[in-house]
Design a protein around this ligand. Structure first.
Ligand code: ADP
Ligand code: TRP
Length: 324
């Protein structure tokens, strides 16, 4: 099956990105034809510092490669290396009802937070629909927070096909329930915007400090404890089933402090992510290699997108010199 997903280069990668998006995406590369890209056009809706856009794009690229994305298996690229998506975004916007965008949660949330929205933020789901539809994927693995955007894509796919003929394929969101929302150190959804994230590639000292400051209650050491605390929620994601069961038992028994769970969580973090952290450092020393991989991925992705666009232009009646 063809699989597609994207991630915005709008901040440092954290455990929420890893469990919610990156790991499941990378796991799919062996069995499926995967297209993964860095959504740098989308990042402009929130980032206006050009250097930061470049820097976060580089970090996301190194992060995926360090965590095991294999460019020989998956097509890995930058969104901007396929400028056709902006053209498709315009064409799709002409079949997009305003109401559909006005109902988008992520847009409404940002407005509710007091952000004065730009048109890019409002039109964000249309560009995302173009990103998806242009490659005709069947599956779009994303975090829970992106589910509605995939539904909007399905709506636009239906509207476009109804109007112009069967060009696009209906994509389905793929959401892993067990890691639907990774909590941050304060128990809210882990997010770079809440300052509650545990970063994947931060220096060891910073990671330790972050993990040790996970918010827990003040039940005295000797008493039994609630297994649904923030440290256990993260440990469950990273430890084996057996080990998780042991920790749960120790919670029930009492005589254990939350500090012990956090210490173990830190050890497991280093154990599981250590090899990727090392590869990340190696990639940092070879930016030309990262660039080469992205450029090659961009060429492969663009071939597919260019073919779809020839069909789209013909269907809607746009003649361009490119298609002659
Ligand atoms: P942030 O919330 O830090 O801004 P993004 O929105 O850039 O993160 O998320 C990038 C990807 O990682 C998305 O697919 C999103 O669903 C996933 N993701 C981010 N945070 C979490 C989380 N706490 N739990 C599960 N998935 C997450
Ligand atoms: N909106 C997604 C996010 O914030 C990123 C994204 C852009 C995306 N285009 C996409 C995800 C297409 C999946 C498919 O995480």
């Amino acid at each position: 099956m063809r699989v597609l997903s994207g991630i915005q280069p709008s901040g440092r990668l954290h455990l929420g990105n890893y469990f919610g998006a990156m790991r499941p995406q990378i796991e799919m590369q062996t069995e499926h034809e995967c297209f993964y890209f860095i959504a740098n056009y989308h990042a402009l809706t929130s980032l206006t510092d050009a250097e930061m856009v470049v820097e976060y794009t580089r970090q996301v690229a190194m992060g995926y490669l360090a965590l095991g994305l294999d460019p020989a298996k998956a097509v890995f690229f930058r969104q901007t290396d396929v400028p056709e998506v902006t053209e498709l975004s315009w064409i799709l916007s002409c079949v997009t009802p305003l109401g559909l965008l006005q109902r988008a949660h992520s847009y409404k949330d940002k407005v509710a937070q007091g952000l004065s929205p730009n048109h890019g933020l409002f039109a964000y789901p249309v560009l995302m629909a173009a990103d998806i539809l242009i490659y005709k994927p069947q599956l779009v693995p994303v975090g829970q927070d992106q589910k509605q955007h995939v539904e909007i894509t399905q709506d636009l796919q239906g509207k476009f096909n109804q109007t112009y003929g069967e060009i696009f394929v209906r994509p389905e969101a793929l959401i892993r329930d067990e890691v639907a929302v990774v909590p941050g150190i304060d128990g809210r959804k882990m997010s770079k915007s809440y300052d509650n994230a545990i970063e994947l590639f931060a220096p060891e000292k910073v990671v330790r400090k972050r993990i040790m400051s996970i918010v827990t209650d003040s039940t005295p050491v000797e008493e039994p404890k609630d297994v649904n605390n923030n440290a256990m929620a993260l440990l469950r994601l990273i430890a084996s089933k057996e080990e998780t069961a042991e920790w749960e038992e120790r919670h029930r028994r009492g005589g254990m402090g939350y500090g012990e769970v956090k210490k173990r969580l830190f050890e497991l973090f280093m154990e599981k992510l250590g090899p990727a952290r090392k590869r990340y450092q190696e990639l940092e020393a070879h930016p030309e290699e990262v660039e080469r991989i992205l450029a090659e991925g961009g060429r492969r992705a663009r071939e597919v997108a260019a073919q779809t666009m020839r069909e789209v232009r013909k269907a809607v009646g746009l003649v361009t010199v490119r298609d002659m």
